[in-house]
Write a protein that binds this ligand. Structure first.
Ligand code: ATP
Length: 300
């Protein structure tokens, strides 16, 4: 085998509940991840060295050294196999960079699946999931896909049943937001307001809406504890979210740590109309219609 191509989806958190700051600097989280049809492609080709090339919009914002999560994934897999391997990775980016849609994690998951195949390792998914968890808290979900509850730092995953497709519009902003900065802002906001932070719990209403395939209800049950912090760091998001609601979205939420905003639509036609209207309203750089759930990293 001289080349393997893997397709990996972006995610939106339909619930992101952030517990109190722990002594180790992390937060206990309850995440409900939902994989959507915006895909990066990771191509792995035979090579002596481990290298990466990135194609697509905003490729210039992605590191090409060991800071690249796909490179880290390839190295971690080789280490797990106890051998030295080379690979030329080519990432075709469609997932917004630093957009709160786990683009880097998607590429890491893609690299794990692609290199496992290219190098003929034949490791089972459970092994890849373990390596993924060490790479970053969103990487295991990028492998798994579908819809899943993540607890701990997000890496302990349990699949969640869904009763049908959901249709979304993602409003992509100019520039990204650093996940660490958004968490820091969230901590400062909570400290300043003296808010008593509850232990995070899964929203049962949200799970019921997902199971029933009920977009109307899901729109009212979306949760993102990072939203106030993201909006403080990027004031223009208030307008973006308002515009989506005014244009008839069933729900409007910042995706993960932002600045991408996610809008729930009634159906595929509504999503297309909403995307066109949001693009025309000048409240984002780009509005993309997508659906979920979709599978995790898979060879194409
Ligand atoms: P999350 O939703 O998981 O918090 P994100 O979608 O907000 O993440 P990413 O697109 O994953 O953000 O990028 C965050 C940072 O990670 C980027 O600014 C970039 O410097 C770095 N990075 C490392 N590898 C990659 C990669 N393969 N693709 C994109 N960014 C990468």
């Amino acid at each position: 085998m001289s080349s393997v191509t893997v397709r990996v989806p972006a995610k939106v958190n339909v619930q992101l509940s952030v517990g109190p700051l722990r002594d180790d600097g992390y937060h206990d989280l309850v995440n409900v991840f939902h994989a959507v049809s915006i895909f990066d492609e990771v191509v792995a080709r035979e090579s002596e060295l481990v290298t990466v090339r990135v194609e697509g919009e905003h490729a210039d914002q992605v590191p090409l050294d060991d800071g690249n999560l796909a490179i880290q994934a390839a190295r971690a897999l080789a280490k797990h196999a106890g051998r030295t391997y080379g690979v030329e990775l080519i990432i075709r980016k469609a997932i917004p960079v630093a957009g709160g849609m786990a683009g880097g994690s998607a590429d890491a998951a893609g690299a794990l699946v692609a290199c496992n195949e290219l190098w003929g390792l034949g490791l089972p998914r459970e092994d890849l999931m373990e390596i993924a968890a060490d790479l970053g808290s969103d990487v295991p979900f990028s492998l798994l896909g579908g819809t899943a509850v993540g607890t701990g730092r997000g890496e302990q995953l349990t699949g969640v049943p869904t009763g049908g497709d959901f249709h979304w519009v993602f409003a992509v902003a100019d520039g990204g937001l650093s996940t660490a900065t958004v968490y820091g802002q969230c901590d400062r906001l909570r400290e300043a307001t003296g808010e008593q932070v509850a232990w995070p719990r899964v929203n049962d209403g949200l799970l019921a809406a997902l199971a029933a395939g009920d977009a109307e209800r899901l729109g009212t049950e979306l949760v993102n504890d990072l939203q106030p912090a993201a909006v403080m760091l990027r004031r223009s998001l208030t307008r973006t979210l308002e515009a989506g609601r005014e244009l008839g979205a069933l729900g409007a939420i910042v995706s993960g740590s932002g600045p991408t905003c996610a809008f729930l639509a009634r159906d595929a036609d509504h999503a297309r109309e909403l995307a066109a209207a949001l693009s025309g309203a000048g409240v984002c750089r780009l509005a993309v219609a997508a659906h979920g759930e979709v599978p995790g990293a898979e060879i194409v």
